[in-house]
Design a protein around this ligand. Sequence first.
Ligand code: BGC
Length: 415
Amino acid sequence: MKFRAIMGALCAAGLMCGVSAVQAAESIEVLHWWTSGGESKAVGVLKDDMTKQGYTWKDFAVAGGAGAAAMTALKTQVISGNAPSAAQIKGPLIQDWASQGVLVPIDSVAGDWKKNLPPEIDKIMHADGHYVAAPFSVHRVNWLYINKAALDKAGGKVPTTWPEFFAVADKMKAAGIQPIAMGGQPWQDLTLWEDVVLSQGADFYKKALVDLDEKTLTSEKMVGVFDTVRKIQGYFDAGRTGRDWNLATAMVINGKAGMQFMGDWAKGEFTNAGKKSGTDYICAVVPNTDKAYTFNVDSFVFFQQKGQKAATPGQLALAKTIMSPQFQEQFSLYKGSIPVRLGVPMDKFDDCAKKSYADEQVAIKAGGYVPSLAHGMAQPDAAAGAISDVVTKFMNSQEDSKTAVQALAKAAKTK
Ligand code: BGC
């Protein structure tokens, strides 16, 4: 009675009325790893939307690109009985968490999702025939960001093949520009390595990183992949150890370096810094990958609260908001991605996003639409982690490519 009386008074004062007055009591704790400038701005859109709907947003941000630290924090929370309302989880990990019996279905707000999502992605949002995850956007991983002034100063052209890439890198070096900005964490190593795998063709990528086909993993072509990565490493600076991805992006934004291999969340940093594609920087695809598209789809899953098997109103509102066309548009404009929901207008997006969208359609039709291994879309944690260890070991030692390939085939067997 007392609560109602207070809400009634608030309503009379024009502050909170009806449903939102009741919902105001629910606080939603959201675990994510969006902490860079562009990422914070993007997740801020969701926070504002939810706050407007009367919910209290409890931010549980765990810094660390690609989410390794966030995933460790999540496990601790769930084990100790403090699961957040929602957490940033993607790819096969969604099914993993669902199989633990700790998620809630969100079907009641997903009525029109099937016809508004690409089938490959709709499938990933399900477990046991129910929607258990809400998708945000599509990130393309196989991008190469180039500082335009650095490219002009070096007198180079946008590379489309590896020989062209090395020619540009040499020209930058000769012009006194650090050719590549690279960070120093295993997932960044893996991101570059999978780019080079993709440059051998989408079929090769699929056989190697989706099917984990032993013959492909130990092929001469794969030896060549490691050789190319070794060559690219020759253009890194000495200070990359431990460097975060967004600090590497900042080097390209500020002209301290010429190029960075990174997914299009990097574009969120350029946008956040007020930089324009085409004028200040160029979004090029990784050499030899123009027909292919490594996709990385962020999503949230929703955890049972206080042992309840059904989603709370706040969780349902969150899922519904994430898939709303308006949110999808604004989130991706800040994040550097493109909306995952089909039919969201692209007219407010820049040329890079329009290219991503167009290339996505081509890649889907041509069989070049492949899940990113480095971003948790292609393999369960164990195999992806073991492969990542092989790549990072190679990139941080003098190991030869043939040895790395043998280790790779062994790692692929990790269950
Ligand atoms: C996520 C992106 C994020 C990036 C860097 C990726 O794995 O999908 O949303 O911006 O990591 O943290």
